[in-house]
Structures are given as structure tokens and as C-alpha cells.
Design a protein around this ligand. Structure first.
Ligand code: MTE
Ligand code: HPA
Ligand code: MOS
Length: 759
């Protein structure tokens, strides 16, 4: 099962936005950004910048013909700052020049006069100051006050999780050129072509039908291009429209890191109540989300934190409250897991604390409280086809946890300075966009007269292999060679009103739409074949590997011939279909409903060895049983799991986003922001497919895979923590991720572990 893109990727022949052939005379852009985190713009002096040879224009808020507004959920974000700036890196002006070097040079020469305003970077301080993007939301089940009174044990604590840089290989960018009639055509590196189209139309003050957006593929998104690809496309389009020239804007890596949003850091409080047996009777959590300076997708991300605040456990009494806090940082955005990982880290910390205090094993508490069929989540949905216990059992069958514990204990008793630890992480992740209306997609399928097939959908290929899955769906319906099938670029004129490729839902939604459109065509073809073969019952016709069958009998008719006949018979060889996920709904006034079509399940074990002299560590192994459903493409799915796991481990261990108190990013390059590389990655990663697990709610019984495996990475934090406890049992280790080597060292050897970044 090859991936059609592999060969071109390896040879470096695959095209990304910056590789598109551009006409002679294409201009290059550079974004001039705010150097301060909060202030009033008193004056902008562009004289020196405009004097540079090769500068064609410097555009500011005043040059925007439409509405200077890019906010998706809440209209609270300007494309170019007009009167005030709210974070370091907020775009103020767009320089367009003969080349990028000139544009950059000119941008550096723009002089600003600001009246500085106070800067807030901490979400709890923002909440205290009343800087909330929306009123707090609370999910409730049962009655926690009554339940806590009956608990044998009650524990409280604080949990912090850090941000995460997307570090997609292809930085943000777009290429736009003016088209006849006052419109623009845009090539964008986006997960959301319709978002780009909508924002650009609003900025330019033209109808959406005058903006065409095309996406061939993107060099990774990880959520960072769900909403935040739009401003760069809108700027390129603005330049193209005003100057009547093609304009390209590619963010240099350091600027991309500095000015775009990341995973949301959270600061949270928990209170957990258990009985002597380790059953969790009550759980409360308060989440302070660091949203940054504008809403972006923060409110939706926060909602998913609430949905996943009890992870894979049934807890009868829950109260979880979430604050969306406005700070003077770049607006944070979607990142694989979409708030789910942040919620899960808190409950896992609460369980770890309870286990430590009660002298029970964490795994025992985890196991005792796993979800069972029909259990109710705090948001009202009852779990169906629950497979979390099955995954746990399968994992224990494959890897005896007692043996692992014994091996780790043996190592620890014979090593003084090196200590090992392991942790188990169950994951239950809801599949569907949490905003019900977004769960729709469509497909447009053409069969050309030579029998080759063209498929357009709303899905964007970003390395996750969605094109291969759509190809597999079409191939299953038609039963033809997959070489016949081409997956086209994602284009707003062929498929309109697209939801972004996100929420792990692209293959489900677009796969179903493709299946439907192909089935429409197959139905027509069967009728043509029946007529040609003089058979009354067209339902008896089938295609089996390119050959037309009547019942089980082979006929002389091939797919090629059938297409020819259909064409001369004037039968349409094109079909369009729309799919909307059935039965989902959510009522925000009650905070109850059935938001998810189904859940993804799995359990992972992570083992780590800590060098307790140096604070460094190695992740030894990751072992996972995951419910992939009936995979449409096992190679791709396994790759998604492995990639997600490493990204999750990175978030929990070494990836540290640091801003100083003035809101300046300190980790703006790969020298200061470390991500797992091949040397850090565990030598032993074993991802097993839960067997015999068809998913009735996915195309051909498949299951979404993009995000859920990231959360196995959470076990890396606890594996390291458990190893540290073996070195120093009384050591007070904060529930604070990432657990960088510095933090390991300071926790082991110092009382206070607060790291203050140097300015
Ligand atoms: N895999 C690769 N290689 N590159 C990516 O950018 N994004 C992830 C995941 N896997 C991503 C990836 C995220 S955040 C999501 S939501 C899903 O892919 C989206 O694609 P899907 O819906 O087709 O799973
Ligand atoms: N995931 C990703 N993007 C989204 C979601 C979601 O659940 N809801 C709204 N946008
Ligand atoms: Mo993924 S965070 O939903 O793009």
C-alpha cells in the first residue's frame, strides 16, 4: 500500500506554495510587526522605508478597502493594527517589493511611536483583571459538594501545561494574483480554504465568488493552519488587488515562530475525591486557558478541554469550569488534540497525586474507573461501542504490567544514579467537530471518457494521507485500479463551503461524501451495462476489478468500454454529493447533548530512564494498543499514531515555549526551541491495532486517527516523574509540563522549581 506522494516527497519534487511557478514580475511581501506587546499607535513613519529602491508599496489599515477584520468565531482581530497593538508580532504594515530582501529591509526601517500600555502574559492574572474572551463555562454531572462529603480521600492540586510550536515544515504563506473583474486567485498553505476565501472577501470588500482559493497540499499544519493561514493569504491578495500584480508572501521561519499562535498553555486547579477502594466519586477542575490577544479558535479549544476533562473515566460527580483568558501574547490556536490533551493532563495529574498519597498504584485507580458501555459523560452523551476496557485488557495480555514493574524495580535497586519509571495512559477522544454545523463535506467526481477518474473534496492533504484514504474509498466503490483515480487540489470553486481539514474528521466526512458521489455514478453505470447486456435487473450488475459481472458471471464488458458506451448514450459522468454527520447535537444553554459521532480509544505504556545526576532522560519505549476501526490504510494509520505519539512526548518533555514579561518570545528558533529528533525518539515504539473492531460510524468501518495518539505522550511526563520518585521519594515535583531536563534537575536538587526566563 504505497502513498502516491512518497516518491516525490523523498526526491523533493512535491510542490508547496513557494515552489509554484510564478509569472515574471511577481512581487514579494514582508510583514512589519509590532515590537511591543501592548500600546497605542501614535505615529508610523514610513519615509525611510519608502525611499528604498525596489519598494512598491507599504500598506496599512487605511489601505484596506473592506472590513479590517479576520476574527472567525468572534470578530475581535484586525488584519493590520489600526490604533492599538496587543501582542509582539502583531502585523501593522505590509511591505511589497521586488524581492523579499528589499521588503524585509524596508520593514526594519519603519519607525513607530507608541504609548505603551500594561502587559499581561499570565492567564490567572488576566482572569483577575476581568480580561475574559467569553463568560466562564461549566460542565456538571451529579453533585460534587455532596459527593466530596462522602469521600474517604480528597486531594487538591495545581497543574500547568505549556504551549507548543507547530513547526510545520512549510511555513505560513500564500501567493495571489488579480483576475479579471476585480477578483483574486490565491494559492494558500491552509487547512481551511473556505476560511481563507471568507476572510479575503471581507478584507477586500468583494463577494466570496470573486475569491478562488486553491490548495495542492500543505507541508504540515497540525492545527496551526486551521484559522491562522488566512491573514497571510489576505495580505497577499490585498497587495495583488491594490498593485494589480501577483504577490507572494512566505513567512521566514523565525518570524513564523514569533508572530503566529501556538498550543494554548493552561493553568488549572483540581480537586479529586475517592473511596478507600480507589473509586473516583467526585472531581472538580478549573481551567485558565491562555488565549492570547484575540479569540481565534480559543473558545472552541476550551470547549474540548471540558469535553475531555474526565478522559477515559466514568466519574459520577463532576464540575469543570473553564476561563478563556485574554493576554498580550499572539492569539493561540488549534493544535493536534485541540484542548483535549490539556484537560487530560489535569485528570491524570489528579489520579497520580491520589495514588501517591493513598499508596495505591496509579494503574489500579485508572483501571478501576474506566468507562463502561452506557456511562454518561459530564456533557450528557452516553458512551456507545465503548472499547477502552478491551484496549486495556489487550495491552495487559501483550505486556504483563507486573513483569514491566518487576523489570523496572530490579533496574532501580541495582542502579543508584539512573532510575527507570513507567506510566500507563488510556485515551478516549470524541470524534466530530465540537461545533455541530462544521460536520459536513462534499465531493465532486468526474469520470473522463478514457475511464480516468478525478475526485475533488474539501479535504486538504497535509501529510496525514487523507488523499490516499479518499482514493481507497473510490477504489472500493468502483472496484477499479487505483491508478485510474486522481485526487485533485482542494479548490473553493469545485467544492464550496468547506470545513477545515481538522478535528481528525477529514477522512470520515470527505470519505463518506466521496462514497456517495461514486455510488451515484456506479448506479448510472449499472443501468448502462444492463441495457448493453440486455439484462432486466441492473441490480445484478457489479464491477469486479475492472470487469463487469452479471450476478457472478463475468461479461465481455470492461470498465473502459462501459464508460465509452455511457458517454455515447449521453449519460452524465459527473456527480456531486454532500455528507452531514447524523444524530449529533449540542445545547450550549444546558451544556448537554451528543456532540460526538463516536469515540476513539486506546491505551499506551511509556517507559523512561532518568539520569538523576544530570537531569537528562531517555524515553525507552512506547507500547500502544489502539482502536483504528477497520483501517482504510494501515501504513498511513500507523504513521499517524507514531507521529502523534512523538509530538505528544515532545509537548510533555522538551518543547518549551517561553515569553518574557514584556511578551517577547524567547524561544524563537530551533536553537532555543527543541523538538524530538530521531536520536531522542524511543528505539522501541510498538503500535498494535485492536483486532476485530469495525466502526459503524466511519466510511467502510474505518476510524479517525489524526489526533488521538498524541495523548499517549502524556505518559512520558509521568514515566519521568515516577523515575524521579525512585531517586528521591520525598521530592516534591510540580505537575508542570514540559518536564525539561532543567526542571528534572531543579526538582531533584532544589526546593523551589520556578524557572524565571532571563530577559
Ligand atoms: N499529520 C501530518 N503528517 N501533518 C499534519 O499537519 N495534522 C494533524 C493530524 N495529522 C497533521 C497530521 C491534525 S491536527 C489533524 S486534525 C488531522 O491530521 C487532520 O487530518 P485528518 O482529519 O485527515 O485526520
Ligand atoms: N476540532 C478542530 N477544530 C474545530 C473543532 C474541533 O473539535 N471545533 C471547531 N473547530
Ligand atoms: Mo487539528 S488541531 O483539528 O487541525
Amino acid at each position: 500500500m504505497k502513498n502516491y506522494d512518497s516518491i516525490e516527497h523523498v526526491r523533493g519534487e512535491s510542490l508547496f506554495v513557494d515552489d509554484q511557478l510564478t509569472p515574471i514580475g511577481t512581487l514579494l511581501g514582508y510583514v512589519a510587526c509590532s515590537p511591543i506587546a501592548h500600546g497605542r499607535i501614535k505615529n508610523i513613519d514610513m519615509t525611510k522605508a519608502l525611499n528604498i529602491k525596489g519598494v512598491k508599496a507599504i500598506l496599512t489599515a487605511k489601505d484596506i478597502p473592506g472590513e479590517n477584520q479576520i476574527g472567525g468565531i468572534i470578530k475581535d482581530e484586525e488584519l493590520l493594527a489600526d490604533k492599538e497593538v496587543h501582542f509582539v508580532g502583531q502585523p501593522i504594515a505590509f511591505v511589497v517589493a521586488d524581492n523579499q530582501i528589499i521588503a524585509h529591509e524596508a520593514a526594519e526601517l519603519i519607525e513607530y511611536d507608541f504609548e505603551k500600555l500594561p502587559v499581561i502574559t499570565d492567564p490567572r492574572k488576566a482572569a483577575e483583571a476581568g480580561e475574559l474572551i467569553q463568560p466562564p463555562r461549566t460542565f456538571k454531572l451529579g453533585n460534587t459538594d455532596e459527593a466530596f462529603a462522602k469521600c474517604d480521600f480528597v486531594f487538591e492540586g495545581k497543574v500547568e501545561s505549556g504551549g507548543q510550536e507547530h513547526l510545520y515544515l512549510e511555513t505560513q504563506g500564500a501567493f495571489a494574483y488579480p483576475v479579471e473583474g476585480g477578483g483574486v486567485k490565491i494559492f494558500s498553505s491552509t487547512q481551511g480554504p473556505t476560511a481563507v476565501q471568507r476572510v479575503t472577501a471581507r478584507i477586500l470588500g468583494i463577494p466570496m465568488h470573486k475569491v478562488e482559493v486553491d490548495v495542492l497540499r500543505i507541508g504540515g499544519g497540525f492545527g496551526g493552519k486551521e484559522d491562522q493561514a488566512s491573514p497571510w493569504a489576505a495580505l497577499a491578495a490585498l497587495g495583488a488587488k491594490i498593485l494589480n500584480k501577483p504577490v507572494k508572501l512566505i513567512l521566514p521561519r523565525q518570524q513564523d515562530m514569533k508572530i503566529t499562535g501556538k498550543r494554548h498553555p493552561y493553568s488549572s486547579d483540581f480537586k479529586i475525591g475517592l473511596n478507600k477502594e480507589g473509586e473516583i466519586l467526585a472531581y472538580e477542575a478549573v481551567f485558565y486557558q491562555n488565549a492570547g490577544a484575540a479569540a481565534d479558535l480559543s473558545t472552541a479549544v476550551l470547549e474540548r478541554t471540558l469535553f475531555h476533562c474526565t478522559n477515559s473515566y466514568f466519574i459520577p460527580n463532576v464540575k469543570a469550569t473553564a476561563y478563556c483568558c485574554r493576554t498580550n501574547l499572539p492569539p493561540n490556536t488549534a493544535f493536534r488534540g485541540f484542548g483535549g490533551p490539556q484537560g487530560m493532563f489535569v485528570i491524570e495529574s489528579a489520579i497520580a497525586k491520589a495514588a501517591e498519597e493513598m499508596g495505591m498504584s496509579t494503574v489500579e485507580i485508572q483501571k478501576k474507573n474506566l468507562l463502561d458501555e452506557g456511562d454518561e459523560f459530564p456533557y450528557g452523551q452516553r458512551i456507545e461501542h465503548c472499547r477502552i476496557r478491551r484496549c486495556f485488557t489487550e495491552l495487559e495480555k501483550k505486556y504483563n504490567l507486573y513483569d514491566i514493574k518487576k523489570r523496572v524495580d530490579d533496574f532501580n535497586s541495582s542502579n543508584k544514579m539512573y532510575k527507570k519509571g513507567f506510566a500507563v495512559m488510556p485515551v478516549t477522544f470524541g470524534i466530530s467537530f465540537t461545533s455541530t454545523f462544521m460536520n459536513q463535506a462534499s465531493a465532486l467526481v468526474h469520470i473522463y471518457t478514457d475511464g480516468s477518474i478525478s475526485i475533488s473534496t474539501a479535504a486538504v492533504e497535509m501529510g496525514q494521507g487523507v488523499n490516499e484514504k479518499i482514493r481507497a474509498v473510490a477504489q472500493k466503490v468502483f472496484s477499479v485500479n487505483s491508478e485510474r483515480i486522481k485526487i485533485e487540489t482542494t479548490n473553493t470553486t469545485r467544492v464550496a463551503n468547506t470545513s477545515p481539514t481538522a478535528a481528525s474528521k477529514a477522512a470520515d466526512l470527505n470519505g463518506y461524501a466521496t462514497q456517495k458521489a461514486c455510488e451515484i455514478l456506479l448506479g448510472r453505470l449499472k443501468k448502462v451495462a444492463a441495457k448493453e447486456l440486455n439484462i432486466e435487473q441492473h441490480n445484478n450488475i457489479s464491477i469486479q476489478q475492472e470487469i463487469i459481472f452479471n450476478k457472478d458471471e463475468k461479461t465481455d464488458l470492461t470498465f473502459d468500454k462501459l464508460i465509452q458506451i455511457a458517454y455515447f448514450d449521453r449519460i452524465s459522468l459527473s456527480a456531486q454529493a454532500h455528507h452531514a454527520t447524523p444524530h449529533i447535537h449540542f445545547d450550549k444553554t444546558k451544556e448537554k447533548g451528543q456532540p460526538f459521532a463516536y469515540h476513539a480509544y486506546g491505551v499506551g505504556i511509556v517507559e523512561a530512564t532518568v539520569d538523576c545526576i544530570r537531569g537528562t532522560y531517555k524515553i525507552d519505549s512506547v507500547k500502544v494498543i489502539h482502536d483504528f476501526g477497520k483501517s482504510l490504510h494501515p501504513v498511513i494509520d500507523k504513521g499517524q499514531a507514531e507521529g502523534g505519539i512523538i509530538q505528544g512526548i515532545g509537548w510533555m518533555t522538551m518543547e518549551e515555549v517561553l515569553y518574557n514579561e514584556e511578551g517577547q518570545l524567547l524561544t524563537n528558533a530551533l536553537s532555543t526551541y527543541k523538538i524530538p529528533d530521531i536520536h531522542f525518539s524511543p528505539d522501541d515504539i510498538q503500535v498494535h491495532f485492536l483486532e476485530d473492531a469495525p466502526n459503524p460510524y466511519g466510511p467502510f468501518n474505518s476510524k479517525a486517527i489524526g489526533e488521538p495518539p498524541l495523548m499517549y505522550g502524556i505518559a512520558a511526563y509521568f514515566a519521568i516523574r515516577n523515575a524521579m520518585k525512585k531517586f528521591k521519594a520525598e521530592c516534591d515535583i510540580e505537575f508542570k509540563a514540559p518536564m525539561t531536563p532543567e526542571r528534572v534537575l531543579l526538582s531533584l536538587y532544589q526546593k523551589t522549581t520556578v524557572l524565571k526566563p532571563a530577559n
